[in-house]
Ligand binder design. Structure first.
Ligand SMILES: *C/C=C(C)/C=C/C=C(C)/C=C/C1=C(C)CCCC1(C)C
Length: 239
């Protein structure tokens, strides 16, 4: 049996849901990236950059998932560092998507930097709480959460919302959908953090029998692929 497999790859047991979601995640991200890249040819010029960025987000995730899948199988542990490397690349690219769709109604580059800065604060403090200083995970989680709510604010009520409303009806509608992704879809991550970090929720030790990686993997599939599809469908409406 093993002669068909490279030594370094282990078999995924059918009850190993963590490894399974890493595997399915890899495949889904790859398929999404291929889809967005190939659709570039049929995309009008003004939306090509947006669809390209959707392709880059899922492609970057596919490469990380390929690595994380192997890491998890090999070590039976959580690939925390590369998880955050992936997020640090892909979440700022999602900020770029907001900038690109609101650019036509006047978004300035300063707005993009504001979004990127908040997302980096959210992720770096989350990483500290998860990997470097888990004993103070509650504190770091709260700081990270504040940066997260600032992003939610900008997209729902702040400059992003205002500019999107000033744009075409399709842009306004797409921003609304993306805003729901950020409010509900992104809220999956703090749930994973609470489940997986020793401090738990404000010091409560939660043991829900849930695995943090499964939660993060589900969140990534919804947010990276779903987000990309919203942009894709916007590009079709405005073609
Ligand atoms: C493609 C990856 C995405 C959209 C990742 C998003 C990640 C977050 C919104 C993470 C948020 C966190 C908090 C709000 C508090 C606890 C720490 C984090 C980093 C899990």
């Amino acid at each position: 049996m093993n002669m068909y497999l490279l030594d370094t790859f282990k078999v995924i047991d059918s009850t190993n849901y963590v490894a399974f979601t890493f595997f399915v995640g890899t495949m889904a991200m790859m398929a999404a990236a291929v889809f967005f890249f190939l659709e570039l040819n049929n995309t009008s010029k003004e939306w090509r950059t947006s669809v390209l960025v959707s392709g880059l987000i899922t492609f970057i995730a596919a490469v990380h998932y390929y690595y994380m899948r192997g890491y998890n199988l090999e070590t039976n542990s959580s690939p925390v560092f590369f998880r955050y490397v992936d997020w640090l690349l892909t979440v700022p690219l999602m900020c770029v998507e907001f900038y690109l769709i609101t650019k036509k109604s006047g978004a300035k580059i300063a707005l993009l930097w504001k979004l990127i800065f908040a997302s980096v604060v959210m992720l770096v403090t989350g990483y500290i709480g998860e990997a470097i200083s888990p004993a103070s995970s509650v504190l770091w989680g709260v700081v990270s959460g504040a940066a997260y709510f600032y992003i939610v604010y900008l997209i729902w009520f702040g400059d992003v919302a205002k500019l999107a409303k000033a744009g075409s009806p399709a842009v306004a509608a797409a921003n609304k959908t993306l805003a729901w992704f950020v409010l509900v879809g992104w809220a999956i991550y703090p749930l994973g953090y609470i489940v997986g970090t020793p401090g738990g929720l404000f010091g409560m030790k939660l043991d829900l029998g849930l695995n943090m990686d499964i939660i993060y993997n589900i969140g990534d599939a919804i947010n990276k692929i779903g987000f990309g599809l919203v942009i894709y469908s916007l590009s079709r409406k405005e073609a």
